[in-house]
Design a protein around this ligand. Structure first.
Ligand SMILES: NC(=O)c1ccc[n+]([C@@H]2O[C@H](COP(=O)([O-])OP(=O)(O)OC[C@H]3O[C@@H](n4cnc5c(N)ncnc54)[C@H](OP(=O)(O)O)[C@@H]3O)[C@@H](O)[C@H]2O)c1
Length: 338
């Protein structure tokens, strides 16, 4: 039985992954409409990822106007997330929106006010929050597996030059384009910052950051140090000009944990726990058989079907605090949108 009928805003690379994830759920969710700036793109995307029954619209607004659509996934560029979240909520559609939720905290406050007034579900799409491995890690920390956590560090980096896309490396492309909310912080640095806040279970009481900037004024590489109440020190790093792999580490009073490839649910990535006097505990990712994209859509659908307005794994307050944290890093590194 279909739980929910989805419409997608956008036909880019992440939308394709979400569409394939949705299809892998074997009919539990339905992709009923896709919108693109070009109707032909929308049709080609719908045919490739869903089939002829999926409507193809030549604008994003038409997806919102489509009465069959119950929820929308917003896979547009960073500077478009807030506008289309707001428009979707006003149209009465539930929203799963790509990270980062908005260009700044003030913009996100406006989105959430509209969602609250409309009574719609809204969620920022940080897929890693739902991964069984991350949930296991959180349980370990709660149970005190490595004692009191004192240091946490995480990075997310890749080299855009390896992506094989001319648009991706051009100054006009979304990664390097200031007007589109480009830069390492907004594209990938938001992950380690979000993870540090999640691991700390609170917000930083002190923060400093520095970055290497592009000629166009966005950060190519960024590093931030955060101090949390209770004595946890965090270090986040991100880059769009330094190759993977990515890692995260936690150091506690009674041991340490290495998290391999923390962000994407990479098959084979492990949690490695080392504690003095004990054999190393190596844990392969628990596997629920779902791609990160399918899991995210299914989770949002279940929340919506249950009448929730927020996800317990990524609450509105969490997204607000995340946006404030991004604002603070941007102030430190001098990244301004205008
Ligand atoms: N969760 C994740 O793992 C993950 C991974 C990658 C990216 N993302 C996020 O997803 C979003 C999209 O990233 P992507 O990698 O899918 O980008 P992409 O492949 O370049 O796709 C860009 C999307 O934006 C739309 N768009 C609207 N105005 C545009 C313009 N002026 N120029 C180019 N495209 C425009 C395009 O839609 P139409 O052409 O169809 O209108 C297309 O759907 C970003 O916010 C990014 O941070 C998330």
């Amino acid at each position: 039985m279909t739980i929910l009928r989805w419409g997608f805003l956008g036909t880019g690379s992440i939308c394709a992954k979400f569409a394939d994830g949705l299809r892998s759920l074997g009919g539990r969710l339905e992709l009923v409409a896709v919108g693109s700036r070009e109707g032909a793109n929308a049709r080609a995307f719908a045919d490739r990822h869903a089939g002829p029954a999926c409507a193809a619209h030549g604008s994003y607004q038409e997806v919102l106007d489509d009465p069959r659509v119950e929820a929308v996934y917003i896979g547009l560029l960073n500077h478009q997330h807030a506008e289309w979240s707001e428009r979707a909520a006003r149209a009465g559609k539930a929203v799963l929106c790509e990270k980062p939720a908005a260009m700044d905290a003030a913009e996100l406050d406006r989105v959430l006010a509209v969602c609250a007034a409309a009574g719609t579900f809204w969620m920022e799409g940080f897929m890693y929050r739902l991964h069984p491995r991350q949930l296991l890690l959180r349980r370990w920390l709660r149970e005190g597996l490595i004692g009191e956590v004192r240091l946490a560090e995480a990075d997310f980096r890749f080299d855009a030059a390896n992506l094989g896309s001319a648009w991706r490396v051009s100054p006009e492309g979304r990664l390097f384009n200031r007007a589109m909310g480009g830069g390492a912080l907004m594209d990938v640095g938001c992950y380690p910052l979000s993870w540090l806040r999640w691991m700390a279970g609170g917000e930083p009481e002190a923060l400093s950051a520095s970055a290497v900037m592009s000629a166009g004024g966005v950060d190519l590489s960024v590093s931030a140090a955060l101090r949390f109440p209770g004595g946890l020190l965090g270090q986040a790093a991100a880059s769009v000009v330094a190759a993977q792999p990515c890692t995260a580490r936690l150091v506690g009073s009674q041991g340490r944990i290495l998290v391999e490839e923390p962000w994407k649910g990479t098959p084979g990535a492990r949690l490695v726990v080392e504690r003095p006097g004990l054999p190393a505990l190596v844990h392969a990712a628990p596997d629920d058989g779902l791609s990160s994209h399918a899991r995210q859509l299914l989770h949002a659908s279940e929340c919506i079907a249950a009448g929730r307005r927020e996800s317990p794994h990524m609450t509105w307050r969490d997204s607000r605090d995340q946006a404030r944290c991004l604002d603070a890093v941007r102030t430190e590194i001098g990244l301004r949108w205008q």
